[in-house]
Ligand binder design. Structure first.
Ligand code: PLP
Length: 399
């Protein structure tokens, strides 16, 4: 067995490389957000949620149902749209626990945001029916599911609107999709980004690639481009943001600044141009590699061991008992792992809701196409080492 290189930084997002242009253009029968009849590109998934809410033309202060298991960028668009948030719990399959929504809240709610977590899309038949019976609009958040089926329907086609995040699947710093299978989308007024922002977006794509050793052969030319970008950054610098849990700062940390801008050409061009076959195959194979590593382990278990034939994962969700210690160590080692531990401060504790326990215990191990199997092995083996360190604390020196 070859030794694991523990010094190289591993990328948290897909990277542009020559290989990004290779591979099959076919989706091998998989559905995709690209297939939805009506769509427009946005600057991000959060912008798409915001614009979906605006499409609904709700009265100010209307109630929007949001899951207790969330990242802050799912809540911030609701507040920015001048609406109020009410929470629902989720079950072990990630679907809404509709019983956690009391009758008064259900009667007042005007919209519901439902996410397909981790890339495992589920049928929303029951949720759709529940929303229809109460005239609640359904926004299907496909940030983790660019491809696949959600039960009986293609992903993204249960909702009145579907939203997606390009930066999780494509090598772009930001980008999103607002789509609808059954409604017209009133063209949102999006301000075009200027030349400076466009150049910066391309420089960001290329800089990430070169930082992680991609695009071999083109580095000299790229170095010049980065010099331009860094000059732009210096003139437009706005200071750093501290992370805080208080609502206004949560909003600041969500970086909602460009939600009414048109997407940069990086998103438009690369979303149109890049073949999907490699993304799909590599993600599925990385997920399977994680599943092999975590087949039998004490102190942790995969939430879902397998990916359905018609799904393409975003992350490998791993439940860890001693999650705080393991996650902090993985982050300190800069490994490609997330945890949604920054939940909106007014998130309630609801009976029969796995949301709060997922926020603490579920680690999201990235499995994107630009992590090699060796990268996955390194992340998995490090996690396994940390888990066994819990079971075998270092000798106390006594005796
Ligand atoms: C489930 C979910 N929805 C929406 C978003 C927002 O997507 P973006 O980062 O493109 O704004 C995220 C981002 O992490 C997400 O995980």
């Amino acid at each position: 067995m070859t030794a694991i290189d523990r010094t190289r930084q591993l990328p948290r997002t897909p990277l542009l490389d020559w290989s990004s242009f290779a591979g099959s253009r076919r989706l091998a029968g998989l559905h995709s957000i690209d297939d939805i009849a009506t769509s427009c590109l946005t600057t991000s998934g959060r912008a798409a949620i915001y614009l979906a809410l605006l499409q609904l033309r709700l009265d100010p202060g209307s109630l929007v149902l949001v899951p207790t298991y969330h990242c802050p960028t799912m809540v911030a668009p609701v507040i920015l749209a001048g609406l109020r948030v009410a929470y629902f719990g989720i079950g072990a399959n990630g679907l809404p626990q509709l019983g956690t929504i009391d009758a008064a809240t259900a009667a007042r709610a005007k919209a519901m945001l439902v996410s397909h977590y981790f890339g495992h899309a589920r049928s929303l038949a029951e949720v759709r029916q529940w929303c229809d019976a109460r005239q609640i609009a359904l926004i299907e958040d496909c940030a983790h599911c660019y491809f696949g089926s959600a039960g009986e329907r293609p992903v993204g086609t249960w909702g009145d609107f579907a939203t997606a995040s390009l930066s999780k699947f494509f090598p772009v710093p930001e980008g999103g999709v607002l789509a609808s299978a059954n409604r017209r989308i009133a063209a949102p007024h999006l301000n075009p980004q200027g030349l400076r922002a466009q150049v910066k977006a391309w420089a960001d794509v290329l800089e990430s690639a070169v930082t992680y050793g991609r695009l071999a052969g083109g580095r000299w030319a790229l170095a010049r481009l980065f010099a331009i970008k860094n000059r732009i950054n210096r003139t437009g610098a706005s200071g750093t943001q501290e992370e805080s849990m208080a609502p206004p700062d949560m909003m600041l940390a969500c970086d909602m600044g460009r939600i009414t801008e048109a997407p940069a050409s990086t998103a438009v061009v690369l979303q149109r141009l890049l073949p999907r076959g490699r993304m799909i195959a590599r993600r599925r194979s990385n997920y399977a590699a994680y599943a092999r590593h975590f087949r039998q382990v004490e102190g942790a278990f995969p939430l879902y061991r397998e990916v359905a034939d018609d799904a393409v994962p975003y992350v490998f969700p791993l439940w860890v008992n001693d999650a705080d210690r393991v996650y902090q160590s993985l982050r300190a080692l800069a490994l490609p792992v997330f945890r949604w531990d920054r939940i909106w401060p007014d998130t309630p504790a609801l009976a029969d809701d796995v949301g709060p326990s997922w926020s603490q215990h579920v680690l999201q191990l990235l499995c994107h196409q630009d992590l090699s199997e060796a990268d996955v092995t390194r992340t998995a083996v490090t996690t396994l080492d940390l888990l066994s360190a819990e079971r075998c604390p270092p000798a106390s020196g006594a005796g």
